[in-house]
Design a binder for this molecule. Structure first.
Ligand SMILES: C[S@@+](CC[C@H](N)C(=O)[O-])C[C@H]1O[C@@H](n2cnc3c(N)ncnc32)[C@H](O)[C@@H]1O
Length: 244
């Protein structure tokens, strides 16, 4: 990659986390992400187009670079996109790394989280947080603002349990799961994991933040005898690489 492409990605990441308008003397670090408990609350939406901090965007960049360098087959998907920032970054990464074919699939209800239905989610109240509901037209407009909206960005609207089964049979090189709940994480894994190519990455954003999310990953891995190492990215994000 040229240094110009690398500079573009650095700047894109900082724009997406909302860092460009931050007071440079502010002691908070955009590296930890907006859900670090410091500036994330039910009444104050995070400032950027993603609540994923720079550390998780850096890791996403590394994963996409590996997938492209090694020719791991398949498209990229984020399940749970909020304002779209991480998925916008995925499309920017494909552009900067010179990939001309892969698609980015953007899956969300576009109306926030469902009320808990699985016992592991019983205490979760995220469906009551109004700003977690971002419409499809807003997310589409966000892609357009970064000039990254084209036919290689596909939107899949609906609750994961209804929408993701239609994606079975597709090949993925990277699946990024950011639906917070046990139910949302399990629905994503159940419908997407079989399509993930060997050598591809599963990224789970809320593994450290929410016990319910971690429990879904552990249950799924146990059920499917997945023994690939879970690698910590930061205080909440993890990934594992599919080896078989
Ligand atoms: C924490 S936000 C995602 C943050 C985003 N990845 C970012 O970069 O900032 C969670 C998103 O998941 C979506 N979501 C959670 N569970 C869902 C489900 N079961 N079906 C559809 N969308 C869901 C919500 O609508 C919300 O947009």
């Amino acid at each position: 990659m040229t240094s110009a492409s690398s500079l573009y990605l650095d700047l894109l990441a900082r724009a997406l986390v909302g860092d460009l308008r931050r007071d440079p003397d502010d002691a908070r670090t955009p590296r930890a992400g907006a859900t670090d408990g410091v500036n994330f609350s039910a009444s104050h939406p995070p400032p950027g187009d993603t609540m994923v901090g720079l550390a998780r965007l850096d890791s996403l960049r590394d994963c996409v670079e590996v997938v492209l360098r090694e020719g791991v087959p398949g498209d990229l998907i984020e399940a749970g996109v909020w304002r779209g920032g991480s998925a916008i970054y995925m499309r920017g990464l494909l552009e900067a790394f010179g990939d001309a074919h892969r698609h980015v699939v953007v899956a969300d209800s576009f109306e926030g989280l469902p009320a808990p239905s699985h016992p592991a989610d019983a205490e979760m109240r995220l469906h009551e947080i109004g700003y977690l509901s971002v419409s499809l037209s807003e997310v589409r407009a966000n892609f357009r603002r970064y000039e990254l909206l084209d036919h290689r960005v596909e939107f899949v609207e609906g609750w994961f349990k209804d929408s993701l089964p239609a994606l079975r049979g597709r090949a993925w090189s990277l699946i990024r799961l950011d639906g917070d709940l046990y139910e949302s994480t399990m629905d994503s894994l159940t419908n997407l994991y079989d399509g993930l190519s060997v050598g591809g990455f599963v990224i789970v954003d809320d593994y450290g933040a929410y016990e319910a999310c971690r429990a879904a990953c552990e249950d799924f891995r146990r059920q499917r005898s997945v023994v690939d190492d879970v690698v910590e990215i930061d205080w909440t994000g993890v990934y594992w690489r599919k080896t078989r």
